[in-house]
Design a protein around this ligand. Structure first.
Ligand code: NAD
Ligand code: UDP
Length: 343
């Protein structure tokens, strides 16, 4: 028997599984590992620790049903599993632009290696895709539905991530059509919560860390661009629901495989986010405006009708609650102990 009691959230019909989580030591991956371990599955967390540290999963290391492997997904690996969550990829602009060629390789070569594993073992495989496949949406495609094909600059500074993730989606759908691989694809919109890397440069971490240190809050541009922010617990719920939704997509062409938008449709300007963080931290930090990075999308908000219809899911955690939990986390950690992958 596993040492952890199955969580009350565990679907009764989900049998015991051997689950691989690539990028499992990262922000989203580590929360996913927590839930899978609590449900009693045998979890293999695979990570090269490019943007994460072992502390995110250190509490799981003693569990009988948890294993940690240091490995780079651009290299092949042989494992026997029933489920693969492909979360490995640097996710923040600062991280994915540090070595853009490697970023593209992670999405393309990583997907090829893991799809090959899924083909050999018959495992079901889920791809963590992204809202970035929509690029900078035009106003008539706001909010974004899954049928929107996007507006991505293929030679811009964000292309290594956006086009890499688009290529990964292509690979997933071709392995499904050509080889009957049992795929699922989710397009994740901005997600935040405890265990984000404090120096990943993403807006939620930057603003909270700046507010806690009493430093200026850096608005890029005038802060009128918008994003929608989903709390990590809501996101893990829907990723797992999508993985377990329907039958074997390789054998049943009617199974819903995605892509499906997942995120919180509440839309905020970046200035509103900054003001909320100042209010919740009680900080005396001031807002300053810096140049807007190149190709920065002006508006982003998911249409989650499909996730509601197919998975019966919608996010539950309001922004203020999620920010409070995230602020509590950043107050509790020693910021000086974090290694910056870009140093
Ligand atoms: P993260 O940086 O915290 O986690 C990514 C993990 O992947 C890290 O642990 C990193 O060390 C690992 N990794 C990177 N390259 C690797 C490689 N070559 N081999 C093995 N491991 C590698 O980021 P996150 O926010 O947890 O994102 C997880 C996934 O979700 C990513 O694929 C990302 O593109 C996707 N996603 C996240 C968001 C979000 O808002 N958090 C939005 C859209 C998509
Ligand atoms: N942003 C900002 N100040 C910061 C960091 C980010 O104004 O210190 C802006 C950024 O320009 C973008 C938004 O916040 O418009 C979200 O940025 P993030 O890097 O978190 O994610 P992404 O652009 O990939 O959605």
């Amino acid at each position: 028997m596993p040492e952890t009691a199955p969580s009350p959230d565990a679907p009764a019909s989900t049998p015991h599984q051997r689950v691989l989580v690539t990028g499992g030591a990262g922000f989203l991956g580590s929360h996913l590992c927590d839930r899978l371990v609590a449900q009693g599955h045998d979890v293999i967390c695979l990570d090269n620790f490019f943007t994460s540290q072992k502390t995110n999963v250190a509490h799981l290391l003693g569990q009988r049903n948890f294993e940690l492997i240091r490995h780079d997904v651009t290299e092949p690996i042989t494992l026997e599993v029933d489920r693969i969550y492909n979360m490995a990829c640097p996710a923040s602009p600062v991280h994915y632009q540090y070595n853009p060629i490697k970023t593209m390789k992670v999405s393309v070569m990583g997907s090829i290696n893991l799809l090959g594993m899924a083909k050999r073992t018959g495992a079901r495989i889920l791809q963590a895709s992204t809202s970035e496949v929509y690029g900078d949406p035009t106003p008539e495609h706001h909010p974004q539905t899954e049928s929107y094909r996007g507006n991505v600059n293929p030679i811009g500074v964000r292309a290594c991530y956006d086009e890499g993730k688009r290529a990964a989606e292509t690979l997933f759908f071709d392995y499904w059509r050509s080889n009957g691989v049992d795929i699922r694809v989710v397009r994740i919109f901005n997600t935040y919560g405890p265990r984000m890397h404090p120096f990943d440069g993403r807006v939620v971490t930057n603003f909270i860390v700046q507010a806690l240190r009493g430093e200026d809050i850096t608005l890029y541009g005038d802060g009128s661009q918008t994003r929608s922010f989903c709390y990590v617990d809501d996101l893990v719920d829907v990723i797992m629901a999508m993985m377990e939704h329907g039958g074997n997509a390789g054998g049943d062409p009617e199974t819903f495989v995605g892509p499906v938008n997942i995120g919180n449709p509440g839309e905020f300007t970046i200035r509103q986010l900054a003001e909320k963080v100042i209010e919740l931290t009680g900080s005396s930090s001031k807002l300053v405006e810096l140049p807007l990075p190149k190709d920065d999308p002006l508006q982003r908000k998911p249409d989650i009708s499909l996730a509601k219809e197919k998975l019966g899911w919608e996010p539950r955690v309001p922004l203020a609650d999620g920010l409070q939990r995230t602020i509590a986390y950043f107050r509790s950690v020693d910021l000086g102990s974090f290694r910056k992958p870009t140093d």
